[in-house]
Design a protein around this ligand. Structure first.
Ligand code: C2E
Ligand code: MG
Ligand code: MG
Ligand code: MG
Length: 277
């Protein structure tokens, strides 16, 4: 009897697995066609200067609008795109679209802002990365200082020498560079001094409880001091409450980003926000 039950459970398990495998295969196929079908869209989340309250930038965040499933989260499809080798063309689309959008906002007469784009590790390793960035800026007519690239600590760890020469090439082009999700990866702090960085982004997992958890408060205020002593601007991600804003202001954090001020918005809504702000 026990054996029979186990057999059924196994059968059920494997059936469920194959349903998932089919779903995944379908999703992969759909992802391969998503660029040409124009199913991607960029949302923009404002970055706000804590002292002045001004919007000084935005982070571009990709969304995939699948015709049947609806919006698919990047946390679900970016890893898939990495595995399938699709992240390079998708990432290129993101770069070009963000640059074109930012230039269009400037041409509409708004004060220039810096738009940041997330790079994945695979994209950063791609031999054409520097050329793709230069080409996106050039063909959209955007000044390099209005583009920022968000990197992660894990990329910094791999292949240090090649990594540094790419960072230098981007920096000498005038592009801004930041470390995203700072504090969540494994990395040596020495790279902060050696690399041409402009921003540290404190991960939202530390920001979440700064008002109540002493450890998170200490980590956050230490990262702010560390950043400042290395001449970097520090931005807090995932800011949701007035208490968090108060804490960040008191500890001289430079900028904030999060749902407290605004969630990521479609380009038109973001344009409207910039106009009325
Ligand atoms: P990330 O770069 O750390 O982006 C911040 C994430 O936090 C975004 O999730 C954003 O919507 C979310 N967020 C913003 N404010 C709040 C808040 O107040 N509370 C909470 N709980 N969350 C907030 P999203 O858009 O789902 O993106 C997730 C991750 O996917 C990003 O994390 C980034 O690693 C990746 N990603 C997004 N767009 C791209 C892209 O164009 N290229 C690449 N390579 N990765 C991307
Ligand atoms: Mg980011
Ligand atoms: Mg982040
Ligand atoms: Mg994150």
């Amino acid at each position: 009897r026990a054996k029979e039950e186990r057999g059924n459970a196994l059968q059920f398990y494997s059936r469920e697995m194959s349903v998932r495998a089919v779903e995944r295969a379908e999703l992969e196929g759909a992802l391969r066609r998503a660029i040409e079908r124009k199913e991607f869209e960029l949302f923009y989340q404002p970055k706000v200067q804590l002292q002045s309250g001004r919007i000084i930038g935005a982070e571009a965040l990709i969304r995939w609008r699948h015709p049947e499933i609806g919006l698919v989260s990047p946390t679900r499809f970016i890893p898939m795109a990495e595995e399938l080798g699709l992240i390079v063309p998708i990432g290129d689309w993101v770069l070009r679209t963000a640059c074109a959008q930012n230039k269009a906002w400037q041409d509409a007469g708004l004060d220039p802002i810096c738009v940041s784009v997330n790079l994945s590790a695979r994209q950063f390793r791609d031999e054409h990365l520097v050329d793709s960035v230069a080409d996106a800026l050039d063909s959209m007519g955007l000044d390099a200082r209005h583009l920022e690239l968000e990197l992660t600590e894990s990329m910094v760890m791999n292949g240090a020498e090649l990594f540094i020469s790419k960072l230098r090439a981007l920096e000498s082009m005038g592009v801004q560079l930041s470390i995203d999700d700072f504090g969540t990866g494994y990395s040596s702090l020495s790279y902060l001094k050696r690399f041409p960085l402009h921003h540290l982004k404190i991960d939202q997992s530390f920001v979440r409880d700064i008002a109540n958890d002493l450890d998170d408060a200490t980590i956050t205020s230490s990262v702010i001091s560390l950043g400042h002593s290395l001449n970097l601007k520090v931005i807090a991600e995932g800011v949701e409450t007035a208490e968090q804003v108060e804490f960040l202001r008191r500890h001289k954090c430079d900028e904030m980003q999060g749902n407290f001020f605004s969630k990521p918005l479609p380009a038109d809504d973001f344009f409207h926000l910039l106009q009325t702000h």
